[in-house]
Write a protein that binds this ligand. Structure first.
Ligand code: DQA
Length: 142
């Protein structure tokens, strides 16, 4: 049983990117912790990052056709702009759990809309790196 963990633009810079908002963990730190947690849950994870919107669309399709149990999706800024990601989430049957380190609803107005959220089965946000851990528990429980 496997779960895709897909990360969008600028998340490759975690650790140095606005640490007062996103914390000091790198994406590699988050990936390592998630692999450990997944082992304990009897899951495998496929953890990826891209700065390109269409790549996220392709990976959502792939997760679906590969038979993933769930997708954890931190689409980063594309969350708030991408109808293509909304359509992709609606086009697939694998459940998508939206993830954010910060709580976008408490930040600038332009982060208050989530296209991903319109199609996601669940959302975990505002817990820093722990958002991924809680989302993986939710995926395991699906
Ligand atoms: C983010 C929140 C988004 O608003 C922002 O564009 C990001 C990261 C988060 O994890 O808190 O890049 O998805």
């Amino acid at each position: 049983t496997f779960v895709y963990v897909l990360n969008g633009p600028n998340l490759n810079l975690l650790g140095t990117r606005e640490p007062e908002i996103y914390g000091s963990d790198t994406l590699a730190d988050i990936e390592a912790a998630l692999h450990e947690q997944a082992k304990g849950l009897g899951l495998a994870i496929d953890f990826r990052q891209t700065n390109h919107e269409g790549q996220l669309v392709d990976w959502l399709h792939e997760a679906n056709s590969a038979g993933a149990k769930a997708v954890l999706l931190n689409a980063a800024a594309y969350t708030h702009t991408s109808i293509a990601l909304l359509d992709a989430c609606r086009a697939i049957t694998v459940p998508v759990i939206e993830v954010h380190l910060s709580d976008p609803s408490k930040r600038e107005e332009f982060r208050h809309v989530s296209y991903v959220g319109m199609a996601a089965a669940d959302c975990v946000q505002g817990l820093g790196a722990r958002s991924y851990a809680v989302a993986l528990e939710k995926a395991a429980a699906l």
